[in-house]
Design a protein around this ligand. Structure first.
Ligand code: C2E
Ligand code: MG
Ligand code: MG
Length: 623
């Protein structure tokens, strides 16, 4: 029993142990499997971790690239001289870089719309062009959009901007975005403008130049051909301008031109165009003129505007001008012809005594040819001794005697016969021949006086006309002195005659020269008094000894109008100033009587005698 029990117990234990062992083994196997799984998971995790690390690294690198790209974009935006812009067309939102805004003096406004850009920034005159260029680009006609326009700045001014861009299109060819740049081209625009200005405007006066005038006249003629209107070209030339340039230097002449140019420019701007052709030649284009009266009205205005005293470097100049007018289409249907004809008319005004204007007429063509011939012959006339001096007696009303004479030059030409001084003196002045002629006249007249003295034992006063050109010569005083020394004529028997306009031209300088002449004892007469300014204020300041009343005052005596009293008053006033009064061009007994009654001192005129040759004069004095 015990054994049985023992066997059963042993078997039981063995079974139990076997079961336990089996269990244990099972557990160990499970554990082993689990361990293997853990290992696999661990390996997977490790692999994933590596992958994550890798991903993280890549992410980090991408961020870095993005950051760097941003940095580069920022640098591009900030470093570029141009402003950059992007336009999202669908939403119409436009982003402009800071530089773009700064260009216009505006602080950064990150977003705007194209619509407001057009309305608020682009100059209205440039907007149509901008829109047209955009349309061309969107329709594929241009590879780029490019346009120049004025953009409004914060201060309300404008800067010239070059906008350039390119659009991106969708599959249907519709524009989606557009990006581009703004370049400030204001400076180069100004340069361009300056160059354009230089090509069309005169650098000295700022008036239009010949090219601009030519273009304007062409356009006007074309327009007038269609409408059938008329207009005019007025060709203006300053009187004695060359003389001013030669005497005072070009810088004075330039200043004078600037001043006169600005006056003419202001006058012309309202109706047409003033252009300087060069030198002292200014042309005014009047594109639409109803009538000759209207043109005359403008010509008068021009003359008046130029007559106003002009101050240069503190000196007052009294300028006059001569002008010629060509009316179109009557006097020409092209620029060249009109200018030539207006120029010719201007010459005609010059030769008829300057300070006036003339309308062109066909006979002037002959006059110009004639003038050219005259010029050539005048040069020869001096070499060939063709000049003659005539002497017109001056009759003293108090003593009833001839007590002087005026020397008057003539040209005894083999081609033209006896040429009167008014025909060739202005030409001689223009050609620079007058100084030589003037000196010859002075010397011949003084020598004639000495001869008369020898023959008749009478001392007469010798009056010699002095041209503006002679007066302008620095050595005038010296020349007079030399002639007196050479001929031996006592200075008090010489009288120089100067016209009013000549004296007024350069008052201070002329006064100084005349004072020096006076200091030698030579007399000075103011010629043609009453034909020009007749300013009493000036008269008082001038170192003159005599007043020669212009023939017009004497002519009126016969008609018996108001001037009769004026003539009387002039005599009275001149006497108050201590001047000797000479009446020129006395032709009738009536004039003689009136002048004598009014106390005039000296008369000169056909009533007493015409100008005489030296022989005739000597004979008259002896007879
Ligand atoms: P002017 O100095 O006023 O000379 C007077 C002019 O009137 C002279 O003309 C003379 O012949 C003219 N005359 C004199 N009495 C009468 C008269 O009763 N009736 C009329 N109808 N005329 C009279 P001329 O000789 O033709 O000289 C004209 C101008 O030429 C002069 O005007 C003078 O300005 C200028 N001239 C003459 N000789 C010279 C000269 O040697 N040098 C300069 N620079 N100019 C001169
Ligand atoms: Mg005279
Ligand atoms: Mg006179």
């Amino acid at each position: 029993m015990y054994i049985y029990i023992a066997i059963v117990a042993t078997v039981g234990i063995i079974v139990f142990l076997s079961a336990a062992i089996y269990q244990h083994k099972q557990t160990i196997r499970l554990l082993q499997r689990q361990n293997e799984e853990y290992l696999t998971v661990h390996e997977e995790l490790a692999a994933q971790e590596e992958e994550l690390r890798q991903n993280f690294k890549e992410l980090y690198l991408s961020e870095e690239i993005i950051r760097q790209n941003d940095e580069i974009h920022r640098l591009v935006r900030e470093g570029a001289n141009d402003g950059l812009w992007v336009w999202d067309i669908a939403t119409d939102s436009k982003t402009v870089s800071e530089r773009g805004w700064n260009m216009l003096g505006l602080s950064e406004q990150p977003v705007t719309t194209k619509e407001s850009w057009k309305r608020e920034i682009v100059h209205p005159e440039d907007l149509p062009q901008m829109l047209a260029e955009m349309k061309r680009h969107f329709s594929g006609q241009t590879p780029f959009y490019q346009v120049e326009y004025r953009a409004k700045t914060a201060k309300g001014g404008y800067r010239w901007i070059l906008s350039r861009g390119k659009a991106a299109f969708d599959g249907n060819g519709q524009p989606l975005h557009m990006a581009g740049s703004y370049t400030d081209i204001t400076d180069s625009k100004f340069k361009e403008e300056r160059i354009r200005h230089m090509a069309y405007y005169d650098a000295l006066t700022g008036l239009a130049n010949r090219e601009r005038l030519t273009e304007s006249v062409k356009l006007t003629l074309e327009a007038n051909r269609q409408k059938g209107g008329q207009g005019a070209l007025i060709f203006i030339d300053i009187d004695n301008f060359k003389l001013i340039n030669d005497t005072y230097g070009h810088s004075w002449g330039d200043k004078l031109l600037i001043s006169l140019g600005s006056r003419l420019g202001a006058l012309a701007n309202k109706v047409g165009l003033a252009a300087r052709l060069g030198g002292d030649e200014i042309v005014i284009l009047l594109p639409e003129m109803e009538s000759y009266e209207e043109i005359t009205g403008y010509a008068d205005k021009i003359m008046r505007v130029l007559e106003q005293p002009t101050t240069v470097n503190g000196h007052v100049f009294h300028i006059t001008a001569s002008a010629g007018i060509a009316v179109f289409p009557e006097h020409g249907d092209n620029v060249e012809e009109l200018l030539r004809n207006a120029d010719m008319a201007m010459y005609s005004a010059k030769t008829s005594g300057k300070h006036t204007y003339r309308f062109f007429d066909k006979s002037m063509h002959d006059t110009v040819v004639e003038k050219t011939l005259l010029e050539a012959r005048l040069r020869k006339a001096i070499q060939n001794n063709e000049l003659r001096l005539y002497y017109q007696p001056e009759y003293n009303l108090t003593t009833g005697q001839i007590d002087g004479f005026e020397a008057l030059v003539r040209w005894q030409s083999p081609d033209y016969g006896m040429v009167p001084p008014l025909k060739f003196i202005p030409l001689a002045e223009e050609m620079g021949l007058i100084v030589g002629i003037g000196n010859w006249v002075l010397k011949t007249a003084c020598a004639f006086n000495q001869e008369l003295y020898k023959i008749c034992q009478k001392r007469l006063r010798t009056s010699v006309n002095i041209s503006v050109v002679q007066l302008m010569q620095e050595d005038l005083v010296q020349s007079v002195k030399e002639v007196l020394d050479e001929t031996g004529l006592p200075p008090e028997y010489l009288e120089l005659e100067l016209t009013e306009s000549v004296l007024m031209e350069q008052f201070e300088d002329n006064t100084r020269k005349l004072q020096n002449v006076r200091a030698m004892g030579v007399r000075i007469a103011l010629d043609d008094f009453g034909s020009g300014y007749s300013s009493l204020t000036y008269l008082k300041k001038l170192p003159i000894t005599a007043l020669k009343m212009d023939k017009t005052f004497i002519d009126d005596i016969a008609i018996g109008d108001n001037n009769v009293t004026i003539t009387g008053s002039i005599i009275e006033m001149a006497h108050e100033l201590g001047l000797v009064v000479v009446a020129e061009g006395v032709e009738t007994e009536e004039q003689f009587a009136y002048l004598k009654q009014k106390g005039c001192d000296i008369i000169q005129g056909y009533l007493i005698s015409q100008p005489l040759s030296s022989d005739e004069f000597t004979a008259k004095l002896q007879g």
